[in-house]
Design a binder for this molecule. Structure first.
Ligand SMILES: NC(=O)c1ccc[n+]([C@@H]2O[C@H](COP(=O)([O-])OP(=O)(O)OC[C@H]3O[C@@H](n4cnc5c(N)ncnc54)[C@H](OP(=O)(O)O)[C@@H]3O)[C@@H](O)[C@H]2O)c1
Length: 202
């Protein structure tokens, strides 16, 4: 398959690339490095990326730095706008524009995060946008045509191997869920990689 990984040089993106590369044609995209460069917040840049790639089978979005962590009392409107524009709007625009280029039976895999369900005092400008992405996938996937699939991976915090535990995962564990999404046949799923906490929240 021809698979675009947007955010390929990131913590999770690198592991996704590593897992897919032996069997698939992987196109690594980032804002400042990769086979192609694109800024996912800029519609013209995104369109150029799709035009340069041409038709494709999978798009995986693992772009980071997409929300602000700050005590809820200190959050400004701009902090919420950043999360909205990056975590939510940029990701759903990738689906909208990419839908024109994706092959029949292709898949989109977005990123959210477990702070939607396991919030803390610093996650008020993060968790709600994770939830919004999950809801978008849940609502839109059934309406995509031509067999196109749409899923989202919701990772718990990614930590170094020695710190893995309940609610703390490795980048490799997270990457495995993106691989399952792009190589599987399911759609509309929120793949919760929550380090053993999954069962508490259906
Ligand atoms: N890491 C965690 O603990 C964790 C937990 C829950 C959820 N998540 C979610 O999982 C996803 C991946 O997280 P991560 O920690 O792997 O992220 P990360 O390491 O911070 O990702 C960095 C990647 O994003 C790219 N990037 C940044 N801004 C961009 C832009 N405007 N346009 C295009 N590419 C851009 C960078 O490209 P360049 O290097 O080329 O600039 C780089 O490839 C994110 O959605 C994150 O919210 C992460």
């Amino acid at each position: 398959m021809k698979i675009i990984v947007l955010g390929a040089s990131g913590r999770v993106g690198q592991e996704v690339v590593k897992a897919l590369s032996p069997k698939h044609e992987v196109i690594r995209v980032g804002r400042s490095q990769g086979d192609l460069r694109a800024d996912y917040t800029d519609k013209s840049s995104v369109l150029k990326m799709f035009e340069d790639v041409g038709d494709f089978d999978g798009l995986i979005v693992t772009v980071g730095g997409d929300s602000v962590f700050k005590h809820f009392r200190d959050l400004e409107d701009a902090d919420f706008m950043l999360g909205f524009e990056r975590k939510f709007l940029a990701q759903i625009n990738l689906v909208k524009e990419g839908y024109k280029f994706i092959r029949d039976g292709g898949s989109f895999t977005l990123s959210s995060g477990f702070l939607s369900h396991y919030p803390n005092k610093n996650s008020a400008a993060t968790g709600p946008f994770n939830a919004a992405v999950d809801a978008y996938v849940h609502g839109v996937a059934p309406h995509l045509e031509r067999g196109v699939r749409l899923n989202v991976v919701s990772p718990a915090p990614v930590v170094e191997p020695e710190r893995i535990g309940v609610g703390l995962i490795s980048a490799e564990d997270s990457a495995q869920a993106y691989v399952e999404s792009v190589t599987g046949s399911f759609t509309g799923q929120i793949l919760k990689v929550w380090g053993g906490l999954e069962k508490n929240h259906e």
